[in-house]
Design a protein around this ligand. Structure first.
Ligand SMILES: Cc1cc2nc3c(=O)[nH]c(=O)nc-3n(C[C@H](O)[C@H](O)[C@H](O)COP(=O)(O)OP(=O)(O)OC[C@H]3O[C@@H](n4cnc5c(N)ncnc54)[C@H](O)[C@@H]3O)c2cc1C
Length: 387
């Protein structure tokens, strides 16, 4: 079904992304990123140069100024994931959906001037650290503290599962600056690589997304200057997270739709080319019914996700609507990839095939950014409240 959200500027940008993918996202590079557990900096710099990252950074700081227009980011996800390069798409997303928005939307003028130009070029890579060994879904249960001292804060604690935790130059870090777990007891601080007492721990071995790192972080009396308090005011951290989470969840929904569509294309091409019992796999009725279902699911997914992108552009995408998109799209993605793997037979299990990698990558879409159970709970609260 024809999608209606793109205009000529978007399609011209798609050509830029395709060119980038052809030149930089080669199979050789993919294998290198997976072996290293990270995308090399030269590729991130090339993405900055091509304008593929830093899309939401305002033009005055060297970005594309696409603050509320997620369609350009969607094109990056569609093209990069469609080329079987899920890890590269993830590395771009950590920068553009997790780190950059906090500084663009909530940073002080000084913070914007200091970090945004480098984030647009890829010279400065960011990460977002909320989760701790003892607190993920229940973020108000975090234990990392930031104690006020003269000129700044002393940070102590630990974070885990942090995407780009090893490679990031700056980490937007969720900390406790007050007592108890009231929303105003939390703040966001920017921790910089190299600060004394800030250790990037080991890279964690993951099921999928082998081409970007996920790491533990630890903080021992790390002095963080007042200038690194996001927004310049204490006690806003929880609200700031809540403000950005709809974007993070929309981004996962878009990635899920892109991977679901890619699953359909890879599967269609495979079943046309493969034969068994003297027929194409595509000629068996079971395959044909699945293909029809897949194609329809992809159409419905995009119709829904595209509407969410429109609402985001109008600044009307609520937390509940973003939660619905996140859990629904990632559940459909899982179904599409599962049937895609099945129709590939044994080859579907071999990670040389993009369908196998995408299947492994997709599993975390139902876990991070808020688990799909938490998403359903959020939606249910709006429907029936909570005692
Ligand atoms: C590869 C990867 C990358 C990640 N990247 C980042 C990152 O960059 N930054 C970051 O901060 N975090 C990151 N995370 C962490 C991720 O966001 C958390 O793992 C996730 O939010 C779940 O938290 P948890 O692991 O503590 O699970 P828990 O909260 O312990 O949940 C365990 C199970 O209980 C269920 N559950 C919990 N509470 C409820 C409830 N109220 N009702 C019903 N069910 C419930 C959950 O849905 C889940 O099924 C990443 C995780 C992974 C695996």
């Amino acid at each position: 079904m024809e999608r209606k959200i793109y205009d000529e500027d978007h399609e011209a940008f798609r050509d830029v992304v395709r060119e980038f993918v052809k030149r930089y996202a080669t199979e050789e590079k993919r294998k290198q990123w997976e072996a290293d557990g990270e995308v090399d900096r030269a590729t991130m710099l090339a993405a900055g140069e091509s304008g593929i990252i830093g899309l939401s950074v305002p033009e005055e700081f060297g970005g594309a100024g696409m603050l509320q227009d997620y369609r350009f980011r969607s094109i990056v996800l569609e093209e990069v994931i469609g080329a079987g390069q899920g890890s590269l798409a993830g590395a771009f997303g950590i920068q553009d959906d997790l780190a950059v928005p906090y500084i663009v939307h909530m940073g002080t003028q000084e913070q914007k001037e200091k970090w945004l130009p480098g984030m647009a070029t890829g010279e400065i890579l960011g990460a977002l650290a909320m989760t701790e060994p003892g607190a993920g879904s229940d973020l108000r249960g975090i234990k990392t503290t930031a104690k006020k001292v003269d000129g700044g804060y002393l940070v102590n604690g630990a974070k885990t599962f942090i995407s780009s935790g090893k490679t990031a130059d700056i980490v937007v870090t969720f900390v406790k600056t007050g007592e108890g777990n009231r929303p105003d007891a939390f703040s966001l601080l920017i921790l910089e690589d190299g600060m004394e007492g800030f250790e990037h721990g080991k890279k964690l071995e993951k099921m999928g997304f082998h081409g970007w790192d996920t790491a533990e972080l630890s903080f021992t009396d790390v002095f963080v200057p007042d200038a690194n308090l996001i927004g310049g005011k204490e006690g806003l951290g929880f609200i700031q997270l809540m403000m950005n989470l709809p974007l993070e969840r929309l981004s996962i929904g878009v990635a899920a739709a892109a991977a679901g569509e890619a699953a359909f294309h890879w599967t269609r091409d495979y079943v046309i080319s493969r034969e068994a019992f003297g027929e194409r796999i595509a000629d068996f009725q079971n395959t044909r019914f699945h293909l029809a279902d897949m194609a329809t699911t992809v159409d419905v997914m995009w119709a829904y996700v595209d509407r969410a992108m429109e609402l985001y552009a109008e600044q009307k995408l609520t937390a509940e609507e973003a939660a619905k998109v996140k859990f629904w799209a990632t559940d459909r993605e899982a179904e599409l990839l599962d049937i895609g793997v099945q129709l590939h037979g044994g080859y579907g299990y071999i990670t040389e095939y993009p369908i196998a990698r995408a299947y492994l990558d997709a599993r975390v879409h139902r876990i991070y950014g808020g688990t799909n159970e938490i998403m359903r709970d959020l939606v249910a609260r709006q429907i029936v409240g909570k005692r």
